[in-house]
Design a protein around this ligand. Structure first.
Ligand code: ZN
Ligand code: ZN
Length: 259
C-alpha cells in the first residue's frame, strides 16, 4: 500500500495564500485515499503564498497525517533566482525541496506546457535536446538546495524519443544524483500527459535501482482530487520492479520505509 504523495500544488498556478480553507481539503483527500503522509510543493514562483505557521496549525488539527512543508524549485530563468534565495532563507523550516527542469532555451516558456511546449521540439535534434535537458538536471542536483529530483525524464512529455539509448543519455545524471545522496520521484503525472508513461521510464528506474537511488512516490496533483492518482497502477509497477522501500523526508532528513 502506497502511503505518501510528495508532489502537490495547493496553489495550482497562481498565488493563493495558505489558509485552512485552501489546505484542509488536501488533508481530507489524503485521509480518504488512505495516504498518511503528504508534502506541499508549490512552484517557487508562488512562494509568497506559503505560510509555515498555517502549516503548523494544519498539523495540529490533523495529527494522523504527516504534513511536510516543501517547494518545487524550478530552473525558471526569470523567477528562480529569487526562488533559490527564498529556499536558502527558509531551509530550516522546509522538510523537502524538489528540483525541477521546466525550461530549455526559451526563458519565458516552459517546454512542458501541453500542447504549446511541443513547438520547442519542432525541427530540433532530439538527442541533443535530451543531452541539454539532462545537463540542466545535473545543474539542479549540484545546487545543494534540493532533496529530490522531480519527473526526471520530463523531456519525453510530448512523446519525442531519442535515437540513442536512454540509459546512455541518463547514466551520468543518475551517477551524479547518487553521488549527491539525492532521491528521485516516481510520478504518476506522466500517465495523464501525451507521452502516457510513468516518470521515469522503466530503463531509468532500472538504472536508479542498480545505483541504489531512493524513490519518493508522487502525483504532481494540481487539485486535491488528483492526490494519489493512479497509485494502484504505480504499486503494481513497483512490485514488478521489486521496489520495496519508499523514501520520506523530515527537515531534509531522508528516511526509508518498507512497503
Ligand atoms: Zn514540475
Ligand atoms: Zn509540480
Amino acid at each position: 500500500m502506497l502511503f505518501s504523495d510528495y508532489h502537490t500544488h495547493p496553489q495550482g498556478h497562481r498565488v493563493q495564500p495558505y489558509t485552512r480553507a485552501l489546505l484542509q481539503p488536501w488533508v481530507d483527500s489524503a485521509r480518504q485515499r488512505g495516504l498518511s503522509e503528504i508534502a506541499f510543493t508549490d512552484h517557487d514562483r508562488y512562494r509568497n503564498g506559503i505560510d509555515f505557521e498555517e502549516i503548523d496549525r494544519l498539523r495540529e488539527a490533523n495529527p494522523d497525517i504527516k504534513i511536510r512543508a516543501g517547494i518545487e524549485l524550478d530552473n525558471d530563468p526569470v523567477h528562480s533566482t529569487g526562488g533559490r534565495k527564498w529556499v536558502e532563507e527558509h531551509w530550516d523550516q522546509l522538510d523537502f525541496v524538489l528540483g525541477s527542469v521546466h525550461f530549455l532555451d526559451r526563458p519565458n516558456e516552459m517546454f512542458d506546457s501541453v500542447p504549446a511546449g511541443a513547438e520547442q521540439f519542432a525541427g530540433r535534434d532530439i538527442d541533443r535536446l535530451y543531452e541539454n535537458y539532462f545537463g540542466r538536471v545535473r545543474e539542479m542536483a549540484a545546487s545543494g538546495l534540493v532533496d529530490c529530483l522531480a519527473h526526471i525524464d520530463l523531456i519525453k512529455i510530448h512523446g519525442h524519443r531519442p535515437d540513442a539509448d536512454i540509459r546512455i543519455l541518463a547514466a551520468e545524471t543518475l551517477a551524479f544524483i547518487k553521488s549527491k545522496g539525492l532521491a528521485i520521484e516516481l510520478s504518476t503525472a506522466g500517465w495523464r500527459k501525451p507521452v502516457n508513461e510513468l516518470y521515469p521510464s522503466d530503463p531509468i528506474i532500472g538504472l536508479a535501482i542498480a545505483r541504489g537511488i531512493p524513490f519518493t512516490t508522487a502525483s504532481d496533483a494540481h487539485s486535491h482530487v488528483q492526490l494519489g492518482e493512479n497509485y494502484e497502477r504505480l504499486a503494481e509497477k513497483m512490485r514488478a520492479a521489486a521496489i520495496k522501500e519508499i523514501c520520506t523526508f523530515e527537515r531534509h532528513e531522508q528516511q526509508s520505509r518498507l512497503l
